[in-house]
Design a protein around this ligand. Structure first.
Ligand SMILES: [Zn+2]
Length: 152
């Protein structure tokens, strides 16, 4: 389990308890290098998830990929790595609960956007603009307007 602060690979578990009605285990860990604490959620049993991309190619689900997309979108925004970790874990759980071995990259994108919208609107618009590949300013404005309408 990599430390989110210094990326050191070893940590000790300081607390462990079931979460999500036993579907996962919540662990408090302490990094053996910088001694900061962080939380991880580990699945009790997880199916290998396969992501089907737009062009039909398949690759295994990689939470680090989702994470790096989120970190990019949240650059210079007041969003903690922990919040993002939790968001990705939640998405992973949603996908696991679907009990489908294959999920589309589009579905993952929608799940991310749905949640990111509540976390940080600027990050959401950034993520959406990369994800939906806004071709022009009009589609971008449409998305912004939708966001503003939702708020009312
Ligand atoms: Zn550390």
């Amino acid at each position: 389990m990599k430390c989110p602060y210094c990326a050191y690979l070893e940590s000790k578990v300081v607390d462990s308890r079931p979460a999500d009605e036993g579907a996962s285990i919540r662990r408090r860990r302490e990094c053996l290098s910088c001694h900061k604490r962080f939380t991880t959620y580990e699945m009790m049993e997880s199916l290998p998830l396969v992501v089907v991309k737009k062009d039909g190619s398949r690759q295994s689900f990689d939470r680090n990929k989702v994470m790096s997309g989120l970190i990019r979108a949240c650059e210079k925004r007041p969003v903690s790595v922990n919040t993002l970790e939790e968001l990705v874990t939640e998405i992973e759980q949603v996908l696991q609960n679907e009990m489908e071995r294959e999920v589309s990259s589009a579905m993952i994108g929608e799940l991310v956007m749905e949640r990111l919208k509540k976390v940080d609107e600027v990050a959401y618009v950034r993520f959406a603009s990369v994800y939906r590949q806004f071709k022009d300013i009009n589609t971008f404005m449409q998305e912004l307007n939708k966001l503003l309408e939702d708020r009312r």
